[in-house]
Design a protein around this ligand. Sequence first.
Ligand code: C2E
Ligand code: CA
Ligand code: CA
Length: 526
Amino acid sequence: MRHSAGIAIAWTVGAAAVLAPILLSVHLARKQSTDGEFRLLRGYASDVLRRSEGTGDQSGVAIDTLENDGLTPCSPREIDVMRRIAITSSYLQAVGRTAQGQLICSSLGTDQSIDLGPPTYISRTGTLFRTNVRLPLTGGEPVIVLEREGFGVIVDPALPIDIMTESPDVAIADFAPANRRIITQRGHIDAHWLGTGSGRESDFIDRGMLVAVVRSARFDVAAVAAAPMIDVQRKVREVAFTFVPIGLFCGLALAGAVLYISRISFSMAAQLRSAARRDEFFLEYQPVVDLATRTWVGAEALVRWRRGGETVRPDLFIPAAEESGVISLITERVLVHVARDLPALLRERPAFHVSVNLSATDLQSPATLDRLRRLLASSGAPPGNLVVEATERGFLQGSAAREVVSSIRDLGVDVAIDDFGTGYSSLSCLETLDVTFLKIDKSFVETVGTDGATSHVVQHIIEMAHALNLRMVAEGVETEEQAGFLARRGVSFAQGWLFGKPMPIAMLLGQLAASAPAEEPVSSPG
Ligand code: C2E
Ligand code: CA
Ligand code: CA
């Protein structure tokens, strides 16, 4: 379960790590190049519009000039004026007079009237537009003729749209927004773009085309520029090509790392499980002394793992065992070994106490009670010779632990709080728990004789234990100074290298046999 969950998590993390940067960069690339393309198209449309407005301005000036010159219509002097206007107006090819749909004279000559044909449309301002007019005067090339108040202006249709574009795919046109008529165009312009959007400028995407429209504030004229999204798509592809390998690499590396870690923890759990099955766990016993007499009155059972040729210390595997739940198998092995060792110990010292460590998980489980009962039954040991050690952490998780502890007490087995002072237990917690012993953690004992702030803490712990009527076992006693300090303050028992390191059961039995049995102590812990 844990392993496959680990793999699933690894792949999910990996996939997210691969996809997130790719999707993000593709999104940004798309947005950036779309914005850039729109900016370009608006620029083209503005250029076209400037030329169209220029044409409108010059036409207006030309017509006003001719209207106000007071010369005889189509007189040689007026033709002269027309020529001057045509030469100086960059957007106008020619100017002339009109009547009944005919160009009657112009800057190009006066020979004869030319029929202009019907107007293509009439603009909002009343100008008649004829797009696509072929005049013999202009060499038969189609031109645009604007007619107003009896005057005609001839415009080269190529002029407004004669702008440079980055790509030949760009289509441009100028048009009359009022009736959506195209005046002149290059490339394909969809008729319904002409009515889309409002305001001075607008841009939109229509069926794979990016479209920008710019409208004149002064004339009934607007310009449109459009380009296929292909350019955008090409840029997005380029970005994707750079980011996909980077994303893939990061994602795979991350997934690999997660997989690696989950495999390590999995294999640790699997190894511990098989170690329990193959009985690779064994015990060492560390003596507990009566501080007043220095006699060995008990021992703490400490688990070891014989893996291959080496012995593994519990600090290296107990945390992993607790996390994976394998701890309960290990506890079971420990209790089986204690059951086997107890009879010999009790033969040597009938009042000897052995303590065993229970983890938080063990305290949650009623199976622990069954195991303790089995231990007592199979060893024949009185329950008073057994002590279980539980850390403060074990009591934090709900009421189940309290019930298990009180059931243990009901069996007649003593309970000690281990590593006291390192956890979070409060006084009230201690008062309501039915415990017998309090083990002062090694880290506090170490401060004895030093002048650090924590050196006062051990004093408080001792006072508190006295107030609660708890007996104390000091852990990690390494010096005579520490032993003396603790003894003077009424700590009954101690454990530490000063008295004895953890040792195999045979050595413990040998040492006990070699020393004369002490006077039976009234009560002693494991
Ligand atoms: P603990 O229960 O606090 O055990 C005391 C630890 O302090 C032991 O380390 C012991 O060897 C060490 N010690 C004792 N006297 C001295 C001393 O004077 N100086 C120094 N520096 N160290 C001293 P060990 O055996 O490595 O055990 C480490 C921890 O592993 C234990 O701490 C306990 O939390 C856990 N443990 C050991 N056996 C079991 C077990 O059977 N079940 C469970 N659940 N945990 C266990
Ligand atoms: Ca312990
Ligand atoms: Ca401890």
